[in-house]
Design a protein around this ligand. Structure first.
Ligand code: ZN
Length: 437
């Protein structure tokens, strides 16, 4: 094995082919030398990932030691704007363990903390704000997805994935152009964005929010490409090398083997094709250079990106993680140590959604087919399409109201415990099924 950037045989290190921070499914191989691993990490990936913290948090990705990802956002509280506030979840705003810090419109520092604590810090000069009126906003900038750091990180991932999937374990001159681009020696149009509506229609059926999907193909221009579909938001097409098959002008249809890397750590494979309906030979996809992206086109991508905030990716593993956390909180609630607001994480999306799901599982227990996998049962029981659940803010608020009423009538604890027990039973069935395979 040699470094796929320089053929060095010494100090080869394990490279995260898909940048660790954006995937639940790790993909590594020791085919990059220490120098080049550090180069791509320091020059592109660190900056790229920092821009995505907000989305990483919403997808439930964590730090290497399992902590929630912190991000910076703007919040308005009781009429005051606070910018660049560090947040990890709603509880960090409503029941802060630390002082919440940000800056106001004039760039002055603002601190927020429980009154008792802030009075000590400010020597009595603090004013009270009503934190029941908090809105959080995050500006999605195109640069996070289309800028220099993003496209170079994407090129690196595509090239390493290509080497990985094709068992390439050394640098070859046919990859000189893409390698020079990744190493910053040359500039060029190696990364573009797929605009093709048919493509997004197809991927929407095959992938899910948070999944990274890759495939390779030869196009009619005689180049070999890797397409990297990022979190089901944007598909990047990266030019890897000249196609070993040369220019084949008569290609009329394309067949792709799609590799999917899911947020819950699982990996799957599927296939799809592209066929021009008029039978004429055309490139597989309509694409655009990142720097040519226009605002009206970008709006379409924004809609896809925004789905991250309103979607929860459902798998037995992500649910198990959340249910375990809710169990711990529910014990504290039963002991009177926390109230209903704290139990619900101040209306944290994941907590409320999971309580709703496990309650539905409990209510529809009879319909659950033990001989089938969780993912095949889920759509029937929850009456949904696909593996994600997306609800409107109104739905969520309605459900929270019923929970608060149950709290008042002292039936909330039993209601959630029933859901937890049913889920644990189902989790047991699923582990049995997996072990039988
Ligand atoms: Zn190297």
């Amino acid at each position: 094995m040699k470094c796929i950037y320089c053929n060095s045989e010494v100090e080869l290190t394990s490279s995260d082919i898909i940048t660790y921070a954006i995937t639940g499914a790790k993909l590594t191989k020791s085919f990059v030398c220490k120098t080049h691993n550090a180069f791509t990490n320091d020059n592109y990936e660190k900056k790229y990932v920092a821009d995505l913290d907000f989305f990483r948090n919403h997808l439930g990705l964590t730090t290497r030691d399992g902590k929630p990802i912190q991000y910076k956002a703007d919040i308005s509280i009781d009429g005051t704007e606070m910018h660049n506030v560090k947040i990890s979840n709603r509880a960090s705003l409503y029941a802060p363990k630390d002082v919440v810090a940000g800056v106001d419109d004039n760039g002055h520092k603002i601190l927020m903390a429980p009154m008792e604590r802030i009075n000590k810090i400010s020597k009595g000069k603090a004013t009270a704000v009503d934190i029941s009126d908090v809105t959080l906003h995050k500006t999605i900038t195109a640069d996070s997805f289309l800028g220099f750091y993003a496209v170079h990180s994407v090129a690196k991932m595509a090239y390493e994935w290509y080497c990985y999937i094709n068992n390439i374990e050394e640098y070859k001159t046919e990859y000189k152009d893409i390698v020079d681009y990744i190493l910053g020696n040359t500039d060029g149009d190696f990364v573009d964005i797929i605009l093709e509506r048919n493509y997004y229609f197809a991927i929407d059926q095959l992938s899910e929010v948070g999944t990274n999907a890759f495939f390779q193909y030869d196009d009619i221009d005689g180049y070999r490409y890797v397409v990297f579909d990022f979190w089901k938001t944007i598909a990047y097409r990266v030019r890897i090398c000249k196609s070993p098959n040369g220019v084949i002008p008569e290609i009329k249809s394309f067949f792709f083997e799609l590799y999917l890397y899911h947020i819950d750590g699982s990996k799957t494979k599927t296939a799809f094709g592209a066929y021009p309906l008029d039978g004429k030979t055309k490139p597989a996809f309509i694409t655009i250079k990142p720097e040519d992206m226009k605002i009206d086109l970008w709006r379409e991508f924004m809609k896809r990106i925004e789905k991250i905030m309103s979607t929860m990716v459902l798998s037995i593993y992500t649910l198990k993680k959340e249910v375990d956390l809710i169990s711990l909180k529910l014990k504290k609630y039963d002991e009177g140590k926390i109230d209903v607001a704290q139990l619900l994480g101040f209306e944290e999306n994941n907590i409320v959604t999971v309580i709703e799901i496990i309650s539905l599982l409990h209510a529809n227990k009879d319909k659950y087919d033990k001989t089938k996998a969780f993912n095949s049962n889920l759509p029937i029981i929850l009456n949904l399409r696909g593996d994600t659940i997306g609800r409107t803010i109104e739905d969520k608020e309605k459900f929270i109201k019923t929970l608060v009423e149950r709290d008042k009538s002292k039936t909330l604890s039993e209601y959630i415990w029933q859901g937890i027990f049913t889920f644990q039973e189902i989790y047991g069935y699923e582990m049995k099924l997996i072990n039988q395979e």
